[in-house]
Write a protein that binds this ligand. Structure first.
Ligand code: FES
Length: 178
């Protein structure tokens, strides 16, 4: 092999090595971009999956009125912001409860939904009963079942008084603290 052939061969080898190095560099950059893109796209998906689990244990105190708005012996409907409106409650931005000012000066807040199939119960002042319009469920003023198909008493919210304001502890998922 003459000198020219040697030089040509050497140049060809250098060109091949340069091509391999460039291809490897492009491959690594492409893989890095793909990995970063996948990580960025995974963040909202993981957040959406994990958020409800984290929300499950969170509670929110909602003010429903001043203590003077509820005379002793009355049961009144109160409204408050739904605890899970931000994440997945859609248009259900407001919720409600029946708030009773008991004769012993304490307050009790009942869920509005019947424990049978969830219909909203109404308060009958004269009868001092909660009535469910769907299947005839009836509850006493303390939330215990009086008649009909409800399997258990009306669930209750925890109540506290903060600076003369009545507050209910609400949770994103259906309350169970009965
Ligand atoms: S939903 Fe209330 S009695 Fe059936």
């Amino acid at each position: 092999m003459n000198t020219n052939d040697d030089i040509e061969l050497k140049l060809k080898q250098e060109a091949d090595e340069a091509n391999i190095g460039r291809a490897e560099f492009i491959t690594r950059v492409s893989l890095s971009i793909a990995a970063i893109s996948a990580a960025v796209m995974a963040v909202p998906v993981v957040a959406a999956l994990v958020a409800p689990l984290l929300e499950r244990n969170r509670t929110f105190w909602r003010t429903v009125g001043h203590i003077d708005d509820f005379p002793v012996g009355t049961t009144r409907l109160v409204n408050f912001d739904n605890a899970d409106a931000e994440q997945y409650a859609g248009m259900l931005t407001r919720s409600a409860a029946w708030l009773r000012h008991n004769e012993d000066q304490t307050f009790t807040a009942f869920a509005v939904n019947c424990t049978h199939l969830g219909c909203p119960v109404r308060w009958e002042e004269k009868a001092q009963l909660f009535m469910c319009p769907c299947h005839g469920g009836v509850y006493y003023k303390d939330g215990t079942v009086a008649a009909g198909p409800p399997p258990k008493r009306l669930p209750e919210y925890k109540v506290r008084i903060n600076n003369q304001e009545i507050q209910l502890e609400t949770a994103p998922l259906p309350i169970t603290n009965i």
